[in-house]
Design a protein around this ligand. Structure first.
Ligand SMILES: [Zn+2]
Length: 136
């Protein structure tokens, strides 16, 4: 009995270590610390006006824009994908259209997160995971 519980402790310890290691080396990051100040401020204003946002991802090493072959601003941590507070998605998008000066991306279909970046002022609406996957 003693041996079994000891082995279990060891296994649990190894698992915890594996999770920590994975979190530290994963190329996809939900940390907002690397974002430029303008995006940090925008996120702060959204939190202040609408409530807590859930960051999906910020920095993605070598990220490309789907279907375009161009480098994504996520590759240099100048973009953030996030979920608006529950029920506030439309309001947050409307606010961004009026207040955010960089890029704004809205995913439809099975994805519901919002993308903002500090690139040029443009917006797009993509459907990923559905039939209407945008090609431009
Ligand atoms: Zn994005």
């Amino acid at each position: 009995m003693y041996c079994v519980s000891n082995a279990l402790k060891l296994a649990t310890g190894a698992l915890v270590l594996a999770i920590i290691t994975f979190a530290g080396t994963t190329p996809s990051s939900a940390q907002s610390g690397c974002l430029p100040g303008s995006l940090q401020r925008t996120l702060g204003q959204i939190r202040a006006n609408f409530g807590p946002v859930r960051i999906v991802s910020t920095f993605r090493r070598g990220a490309m824009i789907a279907g375009s072959g161009r480098r994504s601003l996520h590759a240099s941590c100048r973009a953030v994908d996030f979920h608006a507070p529950p029920g506030k998605r439309a309001a947050v998008i409307a606010w961004l259209r009026g207040n955010h000066t960089g890029g704004l991306g809205i995913y439809g279909c099975s994805m519901s997160h919002i993308h903002i970046d500090n690139g040029g002022r443009y917006s797009w609406n993509k459907c990923i995971g559905g039939r209407r996957t945008a090609s431009r």
